[in-house]
Write a protein that binds this ligand. Structure first.
Ligand code: NAP
Length: 298
């Protein structure tokens, strides 16, 4: 990359904050926008320009990265008189790293093509710790040349870039990977709940998994304390995984594929969300499994 791009970063939540900080640390010129302005203060303190609207941010940038919740949040920052797209002209680049639906990604890619904007569909695999340590795996959908050109920017946030094809291939791959993650979460939550119900220390489930080379998995270790201590501080909020599960199911429906286990996992996540746990870590589904048990004990 000859002239480093001026990067505009939108969405300083759990993931976006850590990713934008890594771009700053890598020496890129980064400007930021966040709906809740308070979250921009530490960036202003580091000398980053803080834009008051997404449009103003786009005016300061060659490349805009979005890392917001969902399609509605994407529309809020991209569309309308204060949105990014109205301020972008040919040659600018938009990288979406939020997890949205394949349908949304396809429509956004088409819109960017018409406007002459380079578009990279680039959701991420890895949660808060990987975002903080710059170890995310980036799942890219876009032209090979665009992926290559952006490699230094992407590698400032992640350890690997997997080129999946044209948009929405990055999003499609992300949904497959999150399907596995959703099942793994449910599996350890149910394993821990069954251990407790049988009077076995749930921590021993994790000790056993860790001792077995075929089942020793970093994700289980990452979530162990949540389940053992029944405390679920958000790293990957349940509301976001539920959104992703809905996207998986609608993709499967559209392709005539049945996903019976994912359907059940989504049902459990729905129940947890309806209990008011949407902002907690997705492992909070464990609370829905153990609460009735504890209530029955009282
Ligand atoms: P988060 O902490 O909930 O942050 C969401 C961000 O979106 C915040 O900056 C929020 O702004 C912004 N936002 C939400 N609605 C908006 C709206 N209507 N207009 C403008 N901005 C809006 O989420 P996160 O965990 O960082 O996740 C971000 C994305 O990455 C999601 O798509 C998620 O599925 C995906 N993801 C998350 C993880 C993870 O482990 N957390 C891992 C991989 C992928 P405010 O500050 O104003 O609320």
């Amino acid at each position: 990359m000859s002239i480093p791009p001026r990067i505009g970063f939108i969405g300083l939540g759990i993931m976006g904050r850590a990713m934008a900080l890594n771009l700053v640390k890598a020496g890129f010129q980064v400007s930021v926008y966040n709906r809740t302005r308070q979250r921009t203060t530490e960036f202003a303190d580091m000398g980053c320009e803080v834009a008051s609207t997404p449009r103003a941010l786009a005016k300061l940038s060659d490349t805009v990265i979005t890392m917001v919740s969902d399609p509605a949040a994407m529309d809020a920052v991209l569309e309308g008189p204060e949105g990014v797209l109205g301020a972008f002209s040919g040659g600018n680049t938009l990288i979406n790293m939020s997890t949205v639906s394949c349908e949304y990604t396809k429509a956004l890619a088409a819109k960017c093509r018409v406007a002459g904007v380079n578009f990279l569909d680039c959701p991420v695999s890895g949660s808060k710790p990987a975002a903080e340590s710059g170890q995310l795996v980036l799942l890219a959908g876009g032209d090979e040349a665009v992926v290559k050109k952006l490699d230094p920017v992407l590698k400032a946030m992640g350890r690997a870039v997997i080129h999946a094809g044209q948009p929405p291939a990055g999003t499609a791959l992300k949904l497959c990977v999150n399907l596995v993650l959703a099942h793994m979460t449910t599996a350890v939550a149910e394993g821990a709940a069954l251990a407790e119900a049988q009077g076995v220390d749930p921590a021993l489930v994790f000790t056993t998994l860790a001792e077995n080379p075929a089942m020793n998995c970093g994700y289980f270790a990452l979530k162990r304390n949540n389940l053992v201590n029944k405390d679920y501080p958000p790293a990957f909020p349940l509301k976001h995984m539920l959104k992703d599960a809905r996207f998986m199911l609608s993709e499967a429906r559209a392709k005539g594929l049945e996903l019976p286990v994912t359907q059940a996992v989504a049902g459990l996540m729905e129940r947890s969300y309806n209990s008011g746990y949407g902002d907690k870590d997705l492992t909070v589904i464990h609370r829905n499994l153990t609460e009735p048990l504890n209530a029955a004990k009282e």
